[in-house]
Write a protein that binds this ligand. Structure first.
Ligand SMILES: *Cc1c(COP(=O)(O)O)cnc(C)c1O
Length: 383
């Protein structure tokens, strides 16, 4: 058995990253400033998007987006239940109603077929998720939303470095990225709102800083009036330079990170092919580069004779950490008890919610670590 605990994720932070953060701290300017502006510029260049607004988190971006779209009571937003809770919580907090589209059983993503029955006269947005580093069937989903005249916004939290039909996710349309420590690059906490629409970008920029239309850095450096006025009430969701310097440095290594992730994922696939109790995910045809944010397997609970939760607990006893991305949102306490969502409404989501498990995957892992995981998996399932 492994002597030390292998976490399911760990950010790749170099000594140079740490020194660079120190330099920002010593510089006298630690909130939104030149580093944030440079990070936005480099991010735009990498992804190929026209506008990029750095934020405190992806959740902040989703909050601002719902506000910008004017979503409120009586409105509906279509999104999967197989997602992180943040999007759904924000829809509810806005006073609107989440309408859950089921997923393809093997890609974990919504499809035009699962989204189609969710539209109503109250639908105000469609928010698909690019899952685990693969791409959603974006072209078809976009066509469908455009046909209905409804904005589509991509939850791209897993998709930095993902290519959809040869183009970076985020290069077109509106997409929100996350830099939480488990994501493909990190700023501690942070997010990027990308859009090809100038008006949306301006609105998000304004809403992220009190609705002033300028942030502290603009006021300091660009000679805009320090007496800027509130154009509309806004929030406080700007990214700090302390965070942005990490993002700038991490972004330079993102391709290298993805290459490492891919190598590890390939070794998993090779070594796990003979483990009949584990079912791999399918990769959508539209994915021309997989960013390998997560390595997810599904436990065949009948064949294995144990539940997914037991499987995770047994791996932990063998010093292997795992993650769960995600537990279906509609079956969580509040959504069942207060919102009245029932088991049985989303068969593929629920089937996966009981079976998925994310195995360790991060750039600083070694092939030996993968082998340790595979060995522990085999012991748990064979024993
Ligand atoms: C991480 C994540 C988010 C939220 O990102 P934050 O930066 O933590 O707010 C949203 N959606 C998905 C699918 C995620 O995995």
């Amino acid at each position: 058995m492994r002597k030390d605990f292998l976490p399911f994720s760990r950010p790749s932070i170099s000594e140079e990253d740490i020194s660079a953060v120190g330099e920002v701290l010593r510089s006298g300017w630690i909130t939104t400033g030149p580093k944030t502006a440079a990070f936005e510029r480099d991010f735009r260049e990498y992804v190929g998007c026209r506008h990029g607004v750095a934020l405190a988190s992806a959740t902040a971006g989703m909050h601002l987006l719902l506000k910008a779209l004017g979503i409120g009571p009586g409105d509906e937003v279509i999104t999967p239940s197989m997602t992180w809770v943040s999007t759904v919580n924000l829809i509810v907090l806005a006073g609107a109603t989440p309408v859950f589209a089921d997923i393809d059983r093997d890609t974990l993503m919504v499809t035009p077929e699962t989204v189609a029955p969710c539209f109503s006269s109250r639908t105000k947005a469609v928010i698909p998720v690019h899952f685990a580093g693969a791409s959603a069937n974006l072209s078809a989903l976009r066509k469908q939303a455009a046909h209905k005249g409804i904005p589509l916004v991509e939850d791209a939290a897993h998709a930095l470095g993902t290519h959809h039909r040869g183009a970076h996710v985020g290069a077109e349309g509106t997409a929100i990225f996350s830099f939480h420590p488990i994501k493909n690059i990190t700023t501690g906490e942070g997010g990027m709102f990308c859009t090809d629409d100038a008006e949306t970008a301006e609105r998000i920029s304004r809403l992220k800083f009190h609705g002033l239309g300028v942030d502290a850095y603009d006021r300091e450096t660009q000679g805009r009036s320090p007496q800027a006025q509130v154009l509309e009430p806004g929030y406080k969701y700007n990214m700090t330079d302390v965070a942005a310097i990490l993002g700038l440095r991490q972004l330079r290594r993102v391709n290298q990170f993805i290459q490492k992730r891919r190598g590890l994922a390939e070794r998993y696939m090779e070594r796990l092919a003979e483990v009949d109790e584990l079912l791999p995910l399918a990769i959508s045809e539209d994915t021309t580069q997989h960013a390998w944010h997560l390595f997810i397997v599904r436990l065949d609970i009948h064949r294995a004779g144990i539940s997914r939760d037991e499987f995770m607990a047994e791996l932990k006893k063998k010093n292997i950490g795992t993650g769960l991305h995600f537990r279906a949102v509609h079956l969580q306490k509040y959504y069942r008890e207060v919102m009245g969502f029932r088991q049985g409404i989303l068969p593929h989501t629920e089937w996966n919610s009981d079976r998925i498990c994310s195995l360790p995957l991060f750039p600083d892992m070694t092939f030996e670590d993968v082998d340790d995981v595979v060995e522990a998996v085999k012991e748990v399932l064979g024993g």
